[in-house]
Ligand binder design. Structure first.
Ligand code: FE
Length: 289
């Protein structure tokens, strides 16, 4: 069965970090609406004033941040001593687990910066696991061609098209995420099998597409975010050359308590995270137990 758009929202213009302008997609009210996804940010600007401040040292606990650069360069540093330069086409998959302190600063003072950060929730059993950090260069992200002039970058999961399976480099994540960056040429249609037990969301960032569900077709315009209903197939048509992200993951079905950079299951765990951050034990082994 084809999945239909059941929830459509406009991303909001917000400012975060040190004055960085962002288009943010987040569920209203109960955050778990898009379970296992918590938030998707797009940064896109030709004006350095919109991004130059970056995100100075800040904490995270209880989830994963996935940063994907379409254009530009971002320098990452964390308390574990990891340092990486995220370049055009590169991906960083960071598991905050029990605690990470890091900074994310653009390494350019002019030109275009365009990228995404996705927050993926962790199951309760992994929220206090040791943090981990993985980085993938552009060469490690497979590119697939299909249709007349369409294509996809496969960051995570399995992209099945024309009988060919392409797997992204990200593996061993409990929510079994699929993360595809899809370019759909005007007139092309993508029909993609997606596991029935996963939640599927789309975010359009160029042009506009229509999602052909079972019995209807709904339009997804630029900077809109859509949650799809149940099914095992996603069918997307482009009237004009368009680009969008397709994200899928297994919902956790667990309570969500969040405060800023901490996403846990209960308010008590959030209070503990805030205490640990203030005490400086958020990132130290032998800290909060
Ligand atoms: Fe961060």
């Amino acid at each position: 069965m084809k999945r239909t758009i059941v929830h459509l929202l406009n991303s909001e213009a917000v400012t975060d970090g040190d004055g960085v302008k962002i288009q943010r997609s987040v569920a209203r009210g109960a955050l778990q609406t898009f379970d296992p996804f918590l938030l998707l940010d797009e940064i896109a600007s030709d004006d350095a004033a919109d991004y130059i401040g970056g995100f100075p040292m800040h904490p995270h606990r209880g989830f994963e941040t996935v940063t994907y650069m379409l254009e530009g360069r971002m320098r990452h540093r964390d308390h574990m001593g990891n340092e990486g330069l995220l370049v055009t086409g590169g991906v960083q998959w960071m598991t905050a687990g029990r605690g990470v302190m890091h900074s994310e600063i653009p390494e350019q003072s002019e030109g275009r910066l365009h990228g995404f950060q996705l927050w993926v929730n962790l199951p309760a059993a992994e929220k206090m696991a040791p943090p981990a950090y993985r980085e993938y260069g552009p060469d490690e992200i497979p590119q697939v061609r299909f249709g007349r002039a369409s294509g996809a970058r496969v960051i995570a999961g399995e992209f099945l098209q024309d009988g060919v399976s392409t797997r992204g480099p990200v593996a061993d994540v409990t929510t079994r995420p699929d993360y595809f960056d899809i370019s759909l040429a005007g007139g092309d249609v993508l029909t993609l099998p997606v596991d029935a037990d996963k939640r599927v969301v789309l975010y359009a960032y160029e042009g506009a597409v229509s999602v052909r569900g079972a019995g209807d077709a709904r339009r997804l315009a630029r900077q809109q975010f859509a949650m799809l209903g149940e099914g095992d197939t996603v069918e997307v048509a482009a009237d004009e050359d368009s680009r969008f992200l397709l994200l899928a993951g297994r919902p956790l079905g667990e309570p969500v308590a969040n405060w800023g950079p901490f996403v846990m299951n209960t308010p008590e765990e959030i209070e503990q995270a805030i205490r640990d951050y203030r005490d400086g034990t958020l990132v130290n082994e032998g800290g909060a137990t």
